[in-house]
Design a protein around this ligand. Structure first.
Ligand SMILES: NC(=O)c1ccc[n+]([C@@H]2O[C@H](COP(=O)([O-])OP(=O)(O)OC[C@H]3O[C@@H](n4cnc5c(N)ncnc54)[C@H](O)[C@@H]3O)[C@@H](O)[C@H]2O)c1
Length: 277
């Protein structure tokens, strides 16, 4: 993928899908503002990428942090071509009747509301330029039940509809808005959601990877790089006629029930049993 010096802001760039995205964008010759609330990891990601990347502390629940991140991109690199709204947490994980209003709002703030804020502030710069691409990260939990808690899934579904309505408004102004929907990806998010910290959290990634091996029809866990590839495509000029779309990168997880593995033997047996004597 050739990104020819495009300038990108990535939220949640310190870990998992965000870190893999920063790495792929930088390898594709983009300049990247890595943002996160995990300063140690974020600084390390940016340092690894060299002079075409920098790290900025930005909390996606705070509107002023989005304004600052985008100002940093335009002051340091002169423009903004890509905004990747990726940061996320699992949030409140309990039965419907036990979720407090505060937990519901906090989950929406870090997921759906942050995608709105990133889209709003990026669009202000991109419409002036007459070009730009915004990519919002949803989840299979926003498409189907059973893949995440209620406020998480509802937030991720909201992100998909906001992507479509923003895309419709901004297309005539040269700004494209798309979504990427990951399936089971081996990152820290699951361990974090289970309350792990430090080394236990780092170690959880391999356990998650093992657990996801048979979770979907493609028999391996998803990796951050799988999602980064779809994001880089949507940001690139190869996708210049693509807007309002959602690329599902889930190893076939949402395809539904498959044929039984011995379906041929079953079909033959059924045909045999129906044959007249
Ligand atoms: N891993 C999966 O299986 C999976 C599946 C579907 C969707 N997703 C989505 O992908 C995105 C990235 O998740 P990941 O799997 O890479 O997880 P991760 O935990 O590895 O990375 C998430 C990053 O977001 C940051 N973050 C959290 N709250 C923040 C805040 N308030 N402000 C700024 N940064 C914040 C964290 O510090 C972390 O660096 C999330 O939106 C997640 O919902 C992940």
């Amino acid at each position: 993928m050739e990104l020819n010096g495009k300038v990108a802001v990535v939220t949640g760039g310190a870990s998992g899908i965000g870190a893999a995205t920063c790495a792929l964008l930088a390898r594709s010759r983009a300049r990247v503002v890595v943002t996160d609330v995990d300063d140690a990891r974020g600084e390390a990601v940016a340092a690894e990428l060299g002079e075409n990347a920098l790290y900025l502390h930005a909390d996606v629940t705070r509107e002023q942090d989005f304004a600052a991140a985008i100002r940093t991109a335009t002051e340091r690199f002169g423009r903004l071509d890509a905004m990747v709204n990726n940061a996320g947490r699992v949030g409140a994980w309990t039965y419907l009747e036990d979720i407090t209003l505060e937990e519901w709002d906090a989950t929406f703030a870090v997921l759906a509301r942050s995608a709105f804020l990133g889209t709003k502030h990026a669009a202000r710069v991109m419409r002036e330029q007459g070009s730009g691409a915004i990519v919002n990260i949803s989840s299979v939990a926003g498409l189907r039940t059973g893949f995440g808690p209620h406020p998480y899934g509802a937030s991720k579904a909201a992100i998909l509809q906001m992507t479509r309505s923003a895309a419709r408004e901004l297309a005539p102004l040269g700004v494209r808005v798309n979504a990427v929907t990951p399936g089971g990806i081996a990152t820290r998010i699951q361990g974090h959601g289970a309350g792990l910290e430090g080394e236990a959290l780092d170690a959880s990634i391999d356990n998650v990877r093992q657990g996801l091996r048979t979770f979907q029809p493609i028999p391996r866990a998803g990796e951050g790089a799988d999602i980064a590839g779809a994001i880089a495509y949507l940001v690139s000029d190869a996708a210049s006629f693509v807007t309002g779309q959602n690329i599902v990168v889930d190893g076939g997880l949402t395809l539904g029930k498959g044929w039984p593995s011995n379906y041929r033997a079953e079909a033959d047996a059924t045909a045999q049993s129906r044959r007249p004597d």
